[in-house]
Write a protein that binds this ligand. Structure first.
Ligand SMILES: [Zn+2]
Length: 280
């Protein structure tokens, strides 16, 4: 899932000229809309942008709100570039069993999360939005998040909801070609160098690499094809993975820029192809 961007274009976007560092301006934030402005704000924004994060242990070196910090940062820039109205990040979400029992994780049961998220989506649609973009930052949100999207899409006739996870725009092969991380899977993994770098891109003050030692990256069981393995617990696992000493804010800024550019491209393609059906 690369949002249709060819690899050279992605690399140029990450390492190229001044446009990368340009600030896209500030998005309009939902919680700052004053009551009397509401009708006009809805009418002048093309979509609602909903960041979906978590509160979850990410190793001794990362903040509990790592996922929420990353999606809030990317979503703010995406909303500004796509004329989206930025909603506050949803932080209390479902965490899978292998992280749910770590101290600091707050987990909502998946069936409750599905109903709760569906209510938020219903309210966004009730406000008048007919296009909603959900920017996900957390693996445990994929099942409940897509379940909620499926529910509400079936209740209205003229809406479309787009769900995407920021790290999926950074496939392992592409990261390896950039030479950012030595780790074989491109730095992916819970609390690993890629995710830690992305947090550092926005909040370097919250990263404490001296608190964590390097660990093996997650084993690749499939040779590259995606799979979903859920264990009921994670004994003898320290709650993160990978060569975290490879993480840096500079790498993180490049990575979130690649993701941001590909997400903007995806949204622009989506909005310009109103005739396209759902997944096909
Ligand atoms: Zn995470």
């Amino acid at each position: 899932m690369q949002g249709g961007l060819a690899l050279p274009a992605i690399i140029e976007a990450a390492f190229g000229h001044a446009s990368v560092a340009d600030s896209p301006g500030k998005p309009k934030r939902f919680e700052e809309v004053v009551g009397f402005e509401l009708t006009e704000v809805i009418a002048t924004h093309r979509l609602a942008v909903l960041p979906l994060g978590s509160l979850e242990f990410h190793g001794p070196h990362n903040p509990l709100g790592s996922d929420s910090i990353i999606v809030s940062g990317i979503a703010a820039r995406v909303a500004a570039r796509t004329r989206g109205l930025l909603f506050p990040a949803i932080t209390f979400t479902h965490c899978p069993a292998h992280t749910a029992n770590f101290r600091g994780t707050i987990s909502i049961r998946p069936e409750v999360m599905t109903m709760y998220f569906a209510d938020i989506l219903r309210n966004a649609l009730h406000l008048g939005f007919r296009r909603v973009f959900i920017l996900n930052g957390h693996d445990g949100n994929i099942g409940p998040g897509r379940g909620a999207v499926a529910q509400v899409a079936d209740e209205v006739k003229d809406a479309a909801l787009l769900f995407a996870s920021w790290w999926e725009f950074l496939p392992s092969e592409m990261i390896k070609s950039l030479g950012i991380f030595q780790q074989a899977n491109g730095g992916h993994g819970h609390g690993g160098p890629l995710e830690t770098s992305a947090v550092a891109a926005f909040r370097p003050d919250l990263i404490h690499l001296d608190q964590a030692r390097d660990l093996p990256p997650p084993p690749n069981l499939s040779g590259g094809a995606p799979y979903f393995l859920q264990k009921s617990s994670a004994t003898d696992w320290p709650g993160y993975s990978g060569h975290v000493s490879e993480a840096s804010a500079e790498k993180g800024r490049k990575l979130v820029q690649i993701s941001e550019d590909a997400i903007v491209k995806l949204i622009e393609n989506w909005l310009s192809h109103a005739e396209a059906p759902g997944s096909w």
